[in-house]
Design a protein around this ligand. Structure first.
Ligand code: ZN
Length: 132
């Protein structure tokens, strides 16, 4: 496993894209909406890992709710896994609560599942596997 990316919830992707472009000295390499999840994402490459900025596309979006409760900041940590279905079984056996047991298609050509933050010290964990 490695940290594939850090997800950061932002109010305005336009403002934050400007900020992160200045911070990292590079532009995003991709912007992508996942309408089913109510998010628009923007990705930056940092060596082996990435930063994913997340903006809500509607008030019901999980990102809108996160911003309401906690404000802007780190929303999730994503681990890269080789076999997401195997990891789901392993983590369920370890007692973790998997939020979606059937991996769904996320941004950046990935299958993703999330673990409930109540069981992971308050941090939302994403497992992701590249779709080949
Ligand atoms: Zn993510």
């Amino acid at each position: 496993m490695k940290i594939e990316h850090l997800g950061i919830a932002v109010k305005s992707l336009a403002d934050s894209d400007d900020l992160f472009a200045r911070l990292l000295g590079q532009s995003n390499y991709k912007q992508e909406s996942v309408e089913r999840e109510g998010v628009t994402t923007s990705f930056y490459e940092l060596g082996e890992s990435k930063i994913e900025l997340l903006e809500a596309t509607n008030p019901e979006s999980p990102i809108a709710k996160f911003l309401e409760k906690k404000g802007e900041g780190i929303h999730h940590i994503a681990f890269d896994v080789n076999d997401i279905n195997e990891e789901i079984i392993r983590l369920k056996n370890e007692g973790f609560v998997v939020l979606n047991e059937i991996p769904k298609k996320g941004a950046d050509n990935k299958l993703v599942v999330f673990l409930h933050p109540k069981g992971t010290n308050g941090v939302l964990i994403e497992l992701c596997q590249e779709i080949k």
